[in-house]
Design a protein around this ligand. Structure first.
Ligand SMILES: [Zn+2]
Length: 209
């Protein structure tokens, strides 16, 4: 991966910014947390979620991971009680039995949250000073992580739809359109199909029937 210049400075401004917007952050020096950042959520709604960051060998990856996890906290804060319960239960279930075995609604909840976390993570990174090149690098890494989720759900049309949504979130309209088009070849009914269809019309890829 290409490295960000001044990554030390960027990391410092990122942590300062998270402090300013009230996101809890903590370093952990656990062996299992090497090159990893995670968000710890508590089922007790009074305890705020916290980004836990292990020791990274690559500072660019560290910056992007922290931003994505902070995006998870911002996404979580916007959920109502029911949404946050569905999300947390799905996450616990997916860790236990695998993402491909949990309910479609649970999968949908998790994939939607992953996209939102990345979009919000990118918003955070654009608040601290990054070059366009560095922001693109972050976008690229985040889409690659999303692909690893997709691989867990082969042949599921939902995955295609959410890939489109993710690409749209990253403002990659042409690629998003191609995913929505593929989705509509398999699914023609429902909220997601209507959404995909509307987007393709809006972007001028298809003419309204
Ligand atoms: Zn995530």
């Amino acid at each position: 991966m290409v490295a960000m210049k001044n990554s030390k400075k960027i990391l410092q401004s990122l942590l300062n910014y998270l402090g300013e917007i009230g996101i809890q952050f903590s370093w952990v020096s656990d062996d299992g947390m090497k090159d990893k950042a995670v968000t710890s959520f508590s089922l007790d709604l009074k305890t705020s979620p916290c980004v836990l960051c292990g020791t990274f060998s690559d500072q660019t990856r560290e910056i992007i991971s922290i931003a994505h996890e902070a995006g998870h906290i911002l996404t979580y804060q916007e959920m109502n009680r029911e949404e946050s319960c569905t999300y947390l239960c799905s996450t616990f279930a997916a860790h236990g039995i695998g993402l491909n075995k949990i309910s479609p609604a649970g999968q949908e909840s998790m994939l939607t949250v992953e996209i939102k976390a990345s979009v919000k993570g990118l918003d955070i990174l654009s608040e601290i000073v990054l070059t366009n090149e560095e922001l693109n690098l972050a976008k690229k890494s985040m889409s690659q992580w999303y692909s690893t989720y997709e691989k867990l759900l082969p042949g599921n049309p939902n995955t295609i739809f959410f890939k489109g949504l993710s690409l749209e979130g990253m403002k990659k309209i042409k690629d998003a359109a191609s995913e929505y088009y593929q989705y509509l070849q398999i699914v023609q009914e429902g909220k997601q199909a209507q959404y995909a269809y509307r987007r393709l019309v809006e972007w001028g890829y298809i003419k309204q029937k």
